[in-house]
Design a protein around this ligand. Structure first.
Ligand code: ADP
Length: 195
């Protein structure tokens, strides 16, 4: 069961980084070797992406290419030494964010040679709750974090997750569950599928 690749997806404020970090701690407590990654990364490619996200300096196709480069670069760290690789976002984010302006098939094609997740959790939250949480989290706002954009991106995520047929996915409604309840659901799903 080495190297199970577990991805958390959802709009900003859906709880990805919180759940990802806490699940990593729980799995480590159980003795598993865990790698956590996030997209965009902290590498030079990731830094460039963050700069462009804040400033709208490049078009959406260029952004999509940079995101894809970041995804491929991140996956070079994946190795058999880990029991679990937990990722806060993966290429589904690029598709959900860029499909408003860029052809969806081209976006999927860019990611053809990436390792696919063994399981992907879609943390589904309403835009109103997400915005409340983002406000409380008190971080710098990035290009996508406004109500109108989040509504469109959420619609794209909702659509994408109904279309996926070839990957194991689990949708969790994070409006109604506490962080610890969600962790419990994720851990039991991992246990059910991989132990
Ligand atoms: P993301 O990584 O998806 O942008 P975060 O993990 O940073 O989201 O979560 C945003 C904020 O919402 C954090 O302050 C977190 O503690 C809070 N939060 C996350 N999930 C829940 C939840 N299910 N219920 C209440 N608050 C939550």
């Amino acid at each position: 069961m080495r190297g199970k690749y577990v991805v958390f997806e959802g709009i900003d404020g859906s709880g990805k980084s919180t759940i990802c970090t806490n699940i990593a701690k729980e799995l480590q407590k159980c003795g598993f070797k865990v790698l956590t990654v996030a997209e965009p990364s902290k590498s030079d490619i990731g830094q460039l992406l963050r700069k462009y996200l804040k400033s709208s300096l490049v078009d959406q196709k260029t952004l999509a290419l940079l995101f894809a480069a970041d995804s491929y670069d991140i996956q070079t760290k994946f190795s058999e030494e880990y029991d679990y690789i937990l990722s806060d976002r993966n290429y589904f984010s690029t598709v959900a964010y860029q499909m408003m302006e860029v052809d969806e098939c081209w976006l999927f094609e860019l990611h053809r040679y990436l390792k696919n997740p063994d399981i992907m959790f879609y943390l589904n939250v309403s835009v109103d709750n997400a915005l409340e949480r983002i406000k409380l989290r008190d971080k710098n706002k990035e290009l996508f974090e406004n109500r109108e954009s989040l509504l469109k991106i959420k619609k794209n995520y909702d659509l994408l997750f109904t279309e996926i047929t070839d990957l194991k996915t689990k949708i969790i409604d994070t409006n109604t569950y506490s962080i610890s309840e969600i962790e419990h659901m994720v851990l039991s799903e991992l246990h059910k599928n991989f132990n």
